[in-house]
Design a protein around this ligand. Structure first.
Ligand code: PLP
Length: 380
């Protein structure tokens, strides 16, 4: 089976697995306990926090380990939802991940403004400064790279604008980290990340924030911000995955030509296919498109039988028919959105895998067409 759904999750890397196993066996003491064995674990924890924070331009006290980006994003909105004046507004892109969109709706209700975007799916910053000056905006959130299209957003410019006005800027960097070499997030006031998107373990991530954000009370761990005994094997494994990926991300970008060739091949075998975001700067690994016919689950099923795992869009929207923030913000009709397919690679997929994937789509289409014509004959 060739796996093309790495934006949903990546397999655990070899060094991350080794680090996890070793930590489960050897580093099991509670870091808060008073004896020497625990002091050693505390030192490991401290170093991991410091290494990670530093590599993204943050201080170690500013990084809180969490169960992943959903928790981190939720924490930001819960914090500001409770803290800000009742009239404060938050500004978001319309195609944020649901962990941002739903938290914003929960805490800010009708006090959400959406950033405008152009036809290619990129947020437009012209005029945003005026909005920041005139409206009571206290929190801005813009993702670094979109999980469905892979489109890169102008988060650095937005961060700069917010920083000049003293507005908290949060960046959901989940799909960027581990795929692109640029790692300086110091212009952001906070950013979130998730280990399982870069060959690390599931259920591990972080929130880095210059403003202390209280998540869980009781226990006093994580600088009193997130009580609960730390997941040391998860943290060590995440750090190990990050160190391995970090030294290899620069070469990944060259694989953009494999994805681009796949899209050209796809247009030949499936005339009428609509590739989303092809005019924008995108992650090198992602292709999201509207198939010319048949619902996406039929395609996924066919591809699965041929030997490829592909997705219908974001993993979170697979079972929510008609829901896809990117589909609505890019002006797709409901039927087009039911034909959305996403493919995403990472370290393991080769150039040959990409070209075989295009061929597989061609076969899947032939099969779907012949099944449809057979069933119409039967129904006559
Ligand atoms: N943000 C983005 C952009 C994502 O792609 C995802 C996962 O798909 C998340 C947040 C949630 O991450 P996690 O699975 O760590 O909660």
């Amino acid at each position: 089976m060739v796996y093309f759904d790495n934006n949903a999750t990546t397999p655990l890397g070899a060094s991350a697995l080794h680090a996890y196993k070793t930590a489960l066996e050897q580093d099991w003491h509670n870091p808060s306990s008073p004896y020497r064995a625990s002091a050693r674990i505390r030192a490991i924890l401290d170093r991991a926090r410091s290494d990670l924070a530093k590599s993204f331009g943050f201080k170690k006290e500013e990084l809180t380990f969490t169960s992943g980006a959903t928790e981190s994003n939720n924490a930001v909105f819960a914090h500001f939802g409770k803290k800000l004046k009742p009239k404060s507004i938050c500004l978001l892109s319309p195609f944020e991940h649901s962990s941002v969109l739903e938290s914003a709706k929960n805490w800010f209700k009708d006090r959400i403004h959406y950033l405008p975007s152009d036809d290619s799916g990129v947020v437009v910053l012209d005029g945003v400064e005026k909005i920041l000056n005139e409206e009571d905006i206290s929190l801005v959130s813009l993702m670094a790279a979109n999980n469905e299209t892979g489109i890169l957003q102008p988060w650095q410019d937005m961060a700069g604008l917010c920083s000049s006005k003293g507005i908290h800027f949060h960046c959901d960097a989940t799909q960027w980290i581990g795929k692109l070499a640029f790692e300086d997030f110091s212009l952001c006031t906070s950013f979130s990340a998730s280990a399982h998107k870069f060959s690390g373990p599931k259920g591990m991530g972080w929130l880095a924030s210059k403003e202390p954000i209280q998540m869980q009370i009781g226990g006093g761990q994580e600088g009193n911000l997130r009580g609960g005994t730390e997941n040391i094997p998860g943290i060590i494994s995440m750090l190990s995955a990050w160190q391995e990926v970090k030294s290899n991300t620069a070469v990944l970008n060259d694989q953009v030509s494999w994805r681009d060739q796949f899209e050209m091949d796809l247009m030949k075998v499936m005339p009428g296919v609509k590739i989303l975001g092809s005019k924008a700067q995108r992650l090198w690994n992602t292709s999201l498109f509207v198939a010319p016919d048949y619902d996406n689950l039929s395609w996924v099923g066919k591809l699965d039988k041929i030997g490829f795992s592909v997705s219908t869009g974001s993993a979170c929207s697979t079972n929510k028919i008609g829901y896809s923030s990117i589909a609505s913000s890019m002006g797709l009709s409901k039927t087009e959105s039911s034909r959305l397919i996403r493919v995403s690679s990472y370290f393991e997929q080769t150039q040959a895998d990409w070209s075989n994937l295009a061929i597989a789509f061609g076969h899947a289409w032939e099969e779907l067409q012949s099944e449809a014509s057979r069933s119409s004959v039967i129904s006559i």
